[in-house]
Design a binder for this molecule. Sequence first.
Ligand code: NIG
Ligand code: FE
Length: 416
Amino acid sequence: MTKRYIRNAAELVTCRGAAPKKGAEMADIGLIKNGGVLIHDDEIFAVGTTEELDKLIDDSYEIVDATGKTVMPGFVDSHTHFIFGGYRAEEFGWRLKGDTYMSIMQRGGGINATVVPTKEATLEELVEVGRERLNRMLEFGVTTVEGKSGYGMDCDTEIKQLRAMKELDRTHPVDVVTTFLGPHSVLPQWKGKEREFIDYLLTEVMPKVKEENLAEFADIFCEKNVFEIEDSEYYLTKAKEMGFKLKVHADEIVSLGGAELASRTGAVSADHLLKASDEGIKQMAQSGVISTLLPATAFCLKEPFAPARKMIEAGCAVALASDLNPGSCFTNNIPLLVALGCIHMGMSIEEVITALTINGAAAVGRADTIGSIEKGKKADIIMLKYPSIHFMPYHTAINLVETVIKNGRTVYHKEW
Ligand code: NIG
Ligand code: FE
């Protein structure tokens, strides 16, 4: 057995306790000063102060000195679209000149513009670009990521994207949780026939996805002029019957009732929520749907941020994620999320940490095994260069991650 002892962390953030953390619970990150963690193989064996743990160990432990460092759970980036072909840099320029995301989409750009290069890419090419992107995520301390299909919207390409993610899950240290997002947009041949398209996905594509066990979650872009509430509800209800857990791209551009839809269909999370209504917020809090906020997308689209403070006050469980994708938000920068959460969304650093760890883990259905530093959980742990969590917003948008431990093994270390 491999035994490791992370010793003398200036601050050890545990995020222990029941998950997800809702409302006021989000501020409690179970911080231990001069903390330590014992790791046996890939699992956390004990957590406490260095004084306590010093008494439990013997010579068989490898010591990892965390003097002057912050130690915390690896980040869980619970919403990304990281597998795609091609780029859409020109769209960013158009948006800077005043075009909107939806107007570009309506004239054939946007998501549909990523379909051709994704169709053309081979499985191996998607795996290769995916591997590079996972390497970049790992440097930011991400140890688990959710990834969606949705750039094929036909059987072969959706399955190719999901297979690429499964391959990466097997061969890359970062764990990948997969989501089927067939209804991501409406291709020209399906315009006006959205219900038929959804039926095609439900009968021709999703049974194959299930058969090969390629996705745990099913998601939909529920939005005005994309998939309206009725079609989205139909899709989500059927997907649930097929055994998929649910996620919803909800209330991003227009206040459509996506948060309410996620609540009544029993979704695990509703994501974006820039325009969530008060009623939607109330229903998410009551139903326990996780409110996954994607502030880097709002930032890139120059939209007002989601009302995180209001949601936390209403008792919602808030998660933060990058939304890395080729269009609205081509960044996986976790320190940027920290900065936006703290500076622009009224969240405390403790709430931001909860949102990026244990609540992110809950949003991918993994809160029982990851997202916190507790006995029995996977040893997915990161060490920051500085001695306190307060350096995270203070050293603004700077990556402070020095060491990443995944399943008990050091998989990344930065020399400064
Ligand atoms: O979450 N809004 C829909 N889907 C993605 C954007 C995907 C793209 O533009 O390629 C999102 O922002
Ligand atoms: Fe998204």
